[in-house]
Design a protein around this ligand. Structure first.
Ligand code: ADP
Length: 662
């Protein structure tokens, strides 16, 4: 076995690998950049080596620095995690020359599977079903149109070097094909330094289903079932689950066996994933093979009971796979949600900052893989993922229930996050039905996500909880001696709960006896048992027998309550104050309709209009690049351009003015 393992990565995946290495009794080494000095992965490792400035091209992506870190620390093996150098054959070769083991596949597999065009050719030869299309590189947009016509629209334009949903565009006609070719090429060049594009048939309404394989150095290869990854936004996975609610045992077996054939064809060793798209008739087509541990590997671990990182370490150290195909049984159901620092209500704009408060959920069947703790920073240099939340249950319904409850109890402050969106997704009736495709998010949220689309639970829950919280405050206040008259302890109180700045108002009575609060609202009596203390972020209670968890922020006199992804504001007052409050003036918000503001921090790479231009609805106005994705901003009404204060090349802050209209 290895003497010491260095993880050439950061964040949650570095922590994930350290956890298993520790359990196996293997000493660990972290590497870190300036931005990661105080990161969790550095704290978790037995020792750590500084590898340079924050931008990953100057630290995590520099092969020599990782090799030097191995030499300095005496590490004899490297786990690359995912991303960064995990699928870089030069890295693999450099480690080999330095006599350090790579915990992953061999150079041949990485090299051939790293390129979509090459891997497709190998897959065809190995007898794997592939997406029909053109297997050459298209040189320009005219050729792209030519090829697309041959295949038949719609088509998918894809960067051969692509990954993470970048450098990919769907085209339904010639015009989209020309635009798509240009956008995909420029995205591919800026993300991968390789602008080669190919064209394949766009499979309508597919599912994305992938097979986990594991192979040792003795020719033993097994598949560990599938993961359903159809819930995607911009071709990037948001929710994954195992098993798939769609596959039959027979198709699972066929996909597994073809994946093993492909792995054999490239002498695969270690963990790998063969990605397929599956159409509504259960025809499946190979997309690509990822020669590394996937982000979503925990759902496979949950349903198979195997620790994939441990298996990777063992086979890399020369051990035989300790399992054969017959040992693999899928048991129960697991769902993973990717928790991101982004604002789902502002077009998923990435959010950066410090996690002022952070409480992650716990409980039976709940796993949180994270690389960050309270006080830690989501920095602009890296992927804005906060964690992966995994819920496991004996069946799909139980897994969904546990996921919904865990999201309720996930308290994150300091950065914007996507918990509301994740809650809405997993509570969506179409998600629970299991009948969805990769278009799920586009179909259900065609105009993006907004507060009106969050999951709607019984509105009484927040009213009742706010009443109890208020009563707790009143009762504590009454315990302090010398209260003014009117503020003494009263067992039964009449109150008014004003929700969302007066959208609704509810008359309630509340009484405390026998460790239980009784709240009467609209002739219904709610019995609430809770051991919540003033100041606690999570209000856990049983309301008429139902267990709930609400997040509470006390902001001045108001309560901000978060439940099922919805935010409610409650103000609890006496009936007299409620009566007077309707005479208060409200402040009008300023008119911002004549301004195009940057919806995200990013680089202004194109300004399509100039002063005096008349713009039409839907016309492109500017392109902002953020997290290496090009975001095109369009006019939502007609207008005349008055000023363009931002220039191409400017780094824009959120809300920075790009264009002002007359
Ligand atoms: P990446 O390497 O960037 O992740 P993939 O080839 O794995 O790209 O594709 C990512 C997603 O894009 C798939 O899960 C699927 O939703 C969609 N996709 C890719 N190719 C096609 C296609 N030919 N037809 C329909 N959807 C596709």
């Amino acid at each position: 076995m290895f003497k010491k393992i260095l993880v050439a990565n950061r964040g949650e995946i570095a922590c994930r690998v350290f956890r298993t290495a520790k359990a196996m009794g293997i000493p660990t080494v972290a590497v870190y950049s300036d931005a990661d000095r105080d990161a969790l992965h550095v704290m978790m490792a037995d020792e750590s080596v500084y590898i340079g400035p924050s931008p990953s091209v100057e630290s995590y992506l520099v092969i020599e620095k990782i090799i030097d870190a191995c030499k300095a620390s005496g590490a004899d093996a490297v786990h690359p995690g995912y991303g960064f150098l995990s699928e870089n054959k030069k890295f693999c070769q450099a480690l080999g020359s330095a006599g350090i083991s790579f915990i992953g596949p061999g150079v041949k597999a990485i090299d051939s599977m790293g390129d979509k065009i090459t891997s497709k050719a190998i897959a065809i030869k190995a007898g794997v079903n592939v997406v029909p299309g053109y297997d050459g590189i298209v040189q320009n947009s005219d050729e792209a149109v030519e090829v697309a016509k041959g295949i038949g629209f719609p088509v998918m334009l894809k960067a051969s070097a692509g990954g993470g949903g970048k450098g990919m565009r769907v085209a339904w006609n010639e015009k989209e094909c020309i635009e798509g070719f240009e956008r995909a090429t420029s995205e591919a060049l800026s993300s991968f330094g390789d602008g080669r594009i190919f064209v394949e048939k766009y499979i309508k309404d597919p599912r994305h289903i992938e097979i986990q394989i594991m192979a040792d150095g003795f020719g033993n290869i097994v598949y560990l079932g599938e993961r359903e990854c159809s819930i995607q936004r911009r071709h990037q996975k948001v929710i994954e689950e195992a098993p798939s609610p769609f596959l039959t045992e027979a198709v699972r077996k066929k996909m597994g066996e073809q994946s093993v054939l492909l792995a054999k064809a490239v002498d695969y060793q270690s963990a790998g994933t063969v990605e397929f798209i599956v159409d509504s008739d259960m025809n499946f087509y190979f997309l690509e093979m990822n020669t590394r541990l996937q982000v979503e590997h925990p759902v496979t671990e949950a349903v198979t009971g195997f620790d994939l990182v441990e298996l990777m370490i063992r086979v890399a150290a020369g051990e035989k796979l300790p399992l054969s195909q017959g040992d693999i049984r899928l048991q129960g159901w697991a769902i993973e949600a990717r928790v991101y620092a982004e604002d789902p209500f502002l077009n998923f704009m990435p959010s950066m900052g410090r996690l002022g408060r952070y409480i992650s959920p716990q409980g039976e069947g709940v796993r949180v893989d994270t690389g960050i703790t309270e006080g830690g920073e989501v920095s602009r240099f890296y992927d804005p993922m906060i964690s992966k939340l995994i819920a496991y249950g004996s069946d799909r319904n139980e897994a969904i229930e546990r996921m919904i409850d865990a999201l309720d109890a996930y308290y994150i402050r300091g950065v914007q996050h996507n918990i509301s969106f994740l809650s809405a997704l997993v509570a969506h009736p179409r998600f629970s039905s299991g009948e969805f495709t990769t278009n799920f998010i586009n179909d259900e949220y065609p105009n993006g996500f907004n507060p009106g689309l969050v999951f709607q639970d019984d509105p009484a829950i927040c009213v009742v909880a706010a009443t109890v919280i208020h009563k707790k405050h009143n009762d504590r206040g009454a315990m302090i001696s010398g209260q003014l008259s009117g503020h003494e302890y009263v067992p039964l109180e009449e109150l008014v709960v004003i929700m969302d700045n007066g959208v609704t108002a509810h008359q309630v009575t509340v009484e405390y006896s026998n460790q239980t609060y009784s709240v009467t609202l609209d002739d219904t009596v709610y019995c609430i048992a809770t051991d919540w203390h003033i100041g606690e972020a999570l209000f856990k209670a049983k309301i008429n027998g139902r267990t709930i968890c609400l997040q509470v922020d006390e902001v001045g006199r108001a309560l901000h309550l978060f439940h099922r992804g919805a935010k409610k504001e409650a103000l609890v007052v006496s009936p007299r104050v409620a009566e007077l409050s309707c005479h208060m003036l409200t402040k009008e918000p300023p008119d911002m309709s004549k301004h195009l503001l940057s919806p995200m921090p990013g680089l202004l790479i194109k300004l399509t209009v100039k002063v005096g231009d008349i713009v039409k609805i839907g016309q492109e106005l500017a392109i902002v690049e953020a997290m290496k994705m090009e975001n095109s901003l369009h006019a939502i009404s007609e207008g005349v351009v008055k000023k363009t204060p931002a220039n191409v090349g400017d780094i824009l802050a959120v809300g920075q003015l790009i264009i002002e209209f007359k």
